[in-house]
Design a protein around this ligand. Structure first.
Ligand code: NDP
Length: 296
């Protein structure tokens, strides 16, 4: 993208962990004037050689561009960078897109701080790993003022993939992020546990993996179906009532513990399903759990 002066647009990236470096690399690949800064110096990898300006301070970095993208470990870290003087003063009138991950509450708090300090603020979340950045597979979510999103969308497009504005509530991107991370980490925990149980039974990871992928392939249509059930509050268990599901959960617990493998995660899952049955919903489907765990 170029500006009206025919100069490439300028962007600053604060935070040069693996993700910050990937973002800065994608901006450079797109021909943008890219300035980078990281709390600990010397983490810019090959970015300087590829044309990035390495700023000596966060203040100098944000002064170099009208748009600053922040990508650090969490909002304690982004607060530590953005909310300190002289950086906060240097940001006045400029735009910050915070692509660090944290909770919806922290995102709203930062947006509120930005509003009070004259900083134009968009919150965001990255839903794909670093190798996807700059490719069609990258997924970015944003929330906050739509006009601001539209204004900076052409520069953000340099990061590749899909960009979705979810609404004006600054916490909305983080709300999607925590819900999606919930799926990711429980799935990863399930897979790590499955590999341990399989190994104890003499099944290698390589032997299990193709069948594990088969299990993963069952999930996308179930996600759609269960979402409709949960939205409507119907929880149909016609094809697989939770009384049947709970029995298969117990098999996993028993087989794991017979090998001395910690089955506490599956015990929690089984316990939640048994609560559904005890509350008289045994003929419902598994997603009735979403309802029962929400009750006080
Ligand atoms: P990290 O989450 O490990 O973040 C490292 C960065 O945070 C470094 O720049 C580090 O600086 C900085 N940092 C940590 N504490 C502070 C602090 N108190 N003050 C200033 N800077 C601080 O690595 P990633 O780059 O991978 O992730 C960045 C963000 O992107 C995270 O929120 C992560 O959840 C998100 N993300 C990452 C993905 C990935 O695949 N890596 C995928 C999707 C989202 P220093 O070098 O000085 O320690």
């Amino acid at each position: 993208m170029t500006t009206h002066t025919d100069q490439p647009a300028a962007v600053t990236v604060l935070g040069l962990g693996p993700m910050g470096r990937a973002l800065a690399g994608a901006f450079l690949d797109a021909g943008l004037r890219t300035t980078v800064w990281n709390r600990t110096p010397g983490r810019d990898g090959d970015l300087a050689a590829r044309g990035a300006a390495v700023a000596a301070s966060a203040e100098e970095a944000v002064a170099a561009s009208t748009l600053t993208v922040v990508c650090v470990v969490n909002y304690d870290a982004s607060d530590a960078v953005l909310r300190q003087e002289p950086v906060a003063a240097a940001l006045k009138g400029r735009t910050v897109v915070n692509l660090s991950a944290d909770t919806p509450e922290r995102a709203r708090d930062t947006a509120e701080w930005a509003g009070r300090h004259g900083v134009r603020y968009l919150d965001g979340a990255i839903m794909t790993p670093t190798p996807a950045i700059g490719t069609d597979d990258a997924v970015f979510l944003y929330s906050g003022t739509e006009e601001l999103y539209k204004e900076h969308r052409p520069v953000l497009a340099a990061l590749g993939g899909s960009h979705t504005h979810l609404g004006e509530d600054a916490g909305r991107a983080a709300a999607y992020d925590v819900a999606l991370l919930d799926i990711f980490w429980t799935a990863m925990a399930g897979y790590a546990h499955a590999l341990a149980v399989a190994r104890a039974e003499g099944v290698t990871g390589a032997e299990l993996a193709p069948f594990a992928q088969g299990i993963a392939a069952i999930l996308p249509p179930l996600f759609t179906e269960f979402a409709a059930d949960t939205d409507a509050g119907t929880y149909s268990g016609e094809l697989n009532p939770i009384t049947s599901a709970v029995s298969t959960m117990a098999h996993v617990v028993h087989a794991s513990e017979a090998h001395g493998i910690d089955a506490s995660l599956m015990r929690v899952i089984e316990g939640q399903a048994r609560r559904v049955v005890a509350l008289g919903h045994g003929t419902d489907g598994y997603t009735r759990v979403a309802d029962v765990i929400t009750r006080r």
